[in-house]
Ligand binder design. Structure first.
Ligand code: MSP
Length: 524
């Protein structure tokens, strides 16, 4: 039977500087969902890439005194290295300066023009360079950009517009018919009530004041608006509009676009309308996540409060960085990032809870049974209760993942870890060991712990792939059927087993003071 496909995307990032933990958060989040879907048997395709045109990039390259193409080429290498470091399993990496993408944007613009959805007019308004967005007078807040609060530039020029009004009621009908199109619901309500219902304004889709972008074929003094250019990446990367469009046929429509809360409007209004104009199917879902903020507000170069993911990964390990990034932003909220919080979580969740559970259990199995444990199905109340609650937690995690409640999934997985640690305290294996007649019970207790650890190793696979493998290795699981997702549904799957006797701690406890000092001094 052919596998069901699952196509998910991150936004394509502006390579206007070194990527910080916010950008890494979106990518790790997407990667975890991709890995989860693959484990659930989907043929999953993850796309990420770079948004390389526009005034922001032109300015960044001018600052460095290099031409824009060389600038983005260098940045692309850095981005690819960073995603490799963070174990991102992307299947595609799109760059908007890629000729194939450029050709498709030219073609799409022409098609929209010929159809009458794009028309020539005059633009009078305000432009925010960092956000690459035009605003009307009434959209400004205190005369500044409503999104980032920075100074905007007055602009008046001949420009092409996209007729958004034409699609307004069709878009509302689509939202009515697809209540889960944009999640969380709070974000959807905001978009519908604050933007769509009050009436869409036609969107200015070209610029003439700079060059670094895709030229309109029939009128080359105009450069295509960077957002129209960028959004098309989701289909151009799949070969849409070319002879080589198997990927497009296979994966489109996207199952999930993951975006940050600041770029919802572009994905939830303009993108569906562009697709309607092209007569293409709309994506199935958009998930908009919150932001990482710092104690002193937004991360920014000027505040000097930016945290870089490569520094975290090189110091604390890739899996720990992935876990900690995903842990602090819940479904529809922003998350606070602090080094103190990061170290505390590392010590509590990873070193104490997970690391100790594995090392304690393996230590006892080696001490009491020379590493050998027999399969043991028990009727003890405490074991029956454990079986039921672990099975329930597996269902909870699946539901969390299917509804993109990623931080909740981690909290739920940690419930198995907590339960297992408490199980050790309650069953007191060291007391059982003193009594010769309790050998069988002691062995059964160890078996149950191993079975829980096996489950944890499977459940953390999407988030911490290397740690998951390390645990399998330590508890001696070689049979791949005991590592796959469906094996979670069988509580007593583990056979007689031999665990390793040289246990390496999964996460060494960190000295908080020392780490804070290290991070303060590390390259910013
Ligand atoms: N190039 C556009 C996206 C085009 S998609 C067709 C863009 N790029 S960006 O580099 O500025 O931002 C990329 C993503 O990073 C966005 O989803 C944004 O929300 C996310 N983040 C930027 N800062 C962030 C935090 N501090 N925290 C979490 N995510 C953050 O927008």
């Amino acid at each position: 039977m052919e596998k069901k496909t699952y196509y998910l995307t991150t936004p394509i990032y502006y390579p206007s500087g070194k990527f910080h933990i916010g950008t890494a958060y979106t990518t790790v989040l997407a990667d975890s969902i991709k890995r989860y879907k693959s484990l659930r048997g989907y043929d999953a395709f993850l796309l990420t890439g770079l948004d390389e045109h526009g005034q922001k990039i032109e300015n960044a390259s001018k600052e460095k005194n290099i031409d824009s193409q060389t600038y983005v080429d260098n940045m692309a290498k850095d981005a690819i290295d960073l995603w490799k470091l963070l174990d991102i399993s992307n299947d595609g990496f799109i760059r908007t300066t890629n000729l194939k993408h450029v050709k498709i944007v030219e073609k799409i613009f022409d098609e929209m023009l010929n159809k009458g959805d794009i028309y020539l007019g005059e633009y009078n308004g305000w432009y925010c360079v960092p956000c690459e967005t035009f605003f009307t007078e009434t959209q400004l807040v205190d005369g500044k950009c409503p999104d980032c609060g920075r100074v905007v530039k007055k602009t008046s020029e001949e420009a092409y517009f996209f007729n958004m009004k034409k699609y307004q009621s069709k878009l509302l009908e689509f939202y009515d018919a697809n209540p889960d199109f944009l999640i969380p619901t709070s974000r959807k309500n905001e978009i519908i009530n604050n933007f769509i219902k009050p009436g869409l304004e036609d969107l200015c889709v070209t610029r003439t004041s700079f060059n670094w972008g895709i030229k309109v074929l029939s009128d080359p003094k105009h450069v295509v608006y960077v957002w129209l250019d960028a959004l098309v990446n989701y289909i151009s990367a799949l070969g849409y509009g070319t002879d080589n469009d198997e990927l497009f046929k296979k994966y489109w429509p996207a199952d999930l676009h993951i975006v940050g809360k600041d770029i919802i409007r572009f994905h939830a209004i303009y993108w569906p309308i562009f697709l309607m104009s092209l007569g293409l199917e709309l994506p199935k879902q958009i998930y908009a996540h919150g932001w990482y903020i710092m104690k002193d507000g937004k991360m920014s170069k000027s505040k000097g409060n930016t945290v870089y993911p490569d520094i975290l990964a090189n110091r604390y390990g890739v899996d720990a960085t992935r876990y900690l990034l995903l842990r602090e932003i819940s479904y529809d909220q922003d998350g606070l990032f602090s080094i103190e919080g990061f170290i505390d979580r590392f010590n509590n969740d990873l070193s104490n809870d997970l690391g100790n559970l594995v090392s304690r259990t393996l230590g006892m199995i080696n001490k009491y049974f020379e590493g050998f444990i027999k399969r043991s199905i028990s009727n003890e109340d405490i074991d029956k209760e454990m079986e039921t609650s672990v099975n329930d937690i597996v269902m909870l995690v699946e539901n969390d993942m299917d509804t993109i409640h990623i931080a909740n999934a981690l909290t739920d997985i940690w419930k198995i870890i907590d339960k297992s640690n408490k199980y050790i305290d309650t069953t007191e294996p060291w007391v059982l060991f003193k009594d010769e007649t309790s050998r069988e019970r002691l062995s059964s207790v160890m078996y149950h712990l191993l079975e829980n650890i096996r489950k944890v190793a499977i459940l953390i696979k999407p988030f911490m792939p290397t740690t998951s493998e390390k645990i399998f290795e330590q508890i001696g699981i070689v049979n791949s059927e005991h590592k796959n997702w469906t094996s979670l549904y069988d509580y007593y799957l583990l056979d007689d087993i031999k665990v390793i006797n040289k246990i390496e701690p999964l996460f060494m406890r960190l000295d908080k003071e020392e780490e804070i000092k290290y991070m303060m001094e590390s390259d910013k």
